[in-house]
Design a protein around this ligand. Sequence first.
Ligand code: NAD
Ligand code: USQ
Length: 425
Amino acid sequence: MKIAVLGGDGYCGWATALYLSNQGHSVAIVDNFVRRQWDHELNAQTLTPIRPLSDRLRVWQSLTGKTIESFYGDVCDYEFLAATICDFEPDAVVHFAEQRSAPYSMIDRNHAVFTQVNNVVGTLNLLFALREHRPDCHLVKLGTMGEYGTPNIDIEEGYIAIEHNGRKDVLPFPKQPGSFYHLSKVHDSHNIMFTCKIWGLRATDLNQGVVYGTMTDETAMDEALINRFDYDDVFGTVLNRFCIQAAIGQPLTVYGKGGQTRGFLDIRDTVRCIEIACDNPAGRGECRVYNQFTEQFCVRDLADMVVAAGRKMGLSVDIDHLQDPRVEAEDHYYNAKHSKLIELGLQPHYLSDSLLDSLMNIAIKYKDRVDASLMFPQVNWREPRNDRRLQMGKTARTSLAAPRFENGAAESLVRARTKSVRSKG
Ligand code: NAD
Ligand code: USQ
């Protein structure tokens, strides 16, 4: 199958592109490297030293003999996106290419506007490009469990049967997103559902939970293929952050009471879920919704598990309860259905001590790259403007004025939001 992976230079996208290529699919990556630019903006870097995409693809080809094509450009640029779809002629498009951090979207007005324009316009462009040039192509879109919020009833997979005033219907499950980022995903979902109805597009909206881990069989083949591992307060997700905090001897940053419960999955399951969705396409006019996670945990329990795993490794790990910078329920009912991907063949990798060990060991290996000042949350949902630079130390401010570029990221910064370039990996 020919599969285009939009956002294929990012955390989920890179692991997915390699996995699909290894399974024998013909893969193309589409990306504008804006994620690498945000690292510079935030004065943060991934724990793991990631190589420029061209290097990654060259090494992949030399190790496996498989070629991944790459298209450099912005999905918000319709001409670029349409030309890419016409050129590559995908059977499936996997769409990861969005701004995915809730705290980033809550920094201030500019970041909220950027997030919603980037995400909603990019997805809308893709829907139009598919309608005009590839109407039979299957769209596999990454949504988020956070679209549903934390209702006091069970969460269904996309739709709920309702009886109201004696009449029945099956309707989209109510949405209660908790950030401007999560709101952008809700808007995407509506646009996707609408275009399946009016144009007969085929789509699978994958409401993914929080992803943890960094290694897949493919990214572990060579250091040059290593995946991102974000730990800063803006892009780092909770379990990845806790493992790094434990490894460097910092207390785990539990926000509020820690009763916040979310769905979680191993990145090895992310890549398999995408393959399952591609292998079982939605019908014409169908908009399917799958909840893509394997286990649910509350933040407090995750912290306890990391403390216990750290103790076995000889690490002494403390927990800090910080005031919650977000506006969210800190103790609540949560029961989200997630059986559809399992029914289609997903065999989950459940969270285990050995996985926590391996995450902490990766953190120990790269601990010289960790900037501990990035652990403290600096984006407060209650404030319309959060100036992270004012809250950072002097050193951080100096280096913001003169950003350090490495691994070709300067190149991508300069080229971001310019016209497209196509290359073979
Ligand atoms: P990421 O930021 O690591 O990767 C996103 C990639 O998309 C980056 O390489 C970025 O450069 C690219 N991109 C963004 N905007 C673009 C644009 N306008 N044009 C071209 N490329 C663009 O994010 P991720 O963690 O890999 O997440 C991927 C998707 O999965 C997102 O849609 C996110 O909402 C969803 N998701 C992620 C998680 C998680 O825990 N990481 C959980 C649930 C859902
Ligand atoms: N949290 C802490 N301490 C931390 C970091 C986070 O207690 O140091 C808490 C948060 O307050 C929140 C929970 O952990 O209650 C999850 O936060 P997170 O930063 O791990 O994840 P989130 O902001 O929800 O976003 C991530 C991805 C996003 C994806 C989402 C899936 O960045 O792209 O959409 O997970 S979900 O959570 O299901 O919406």
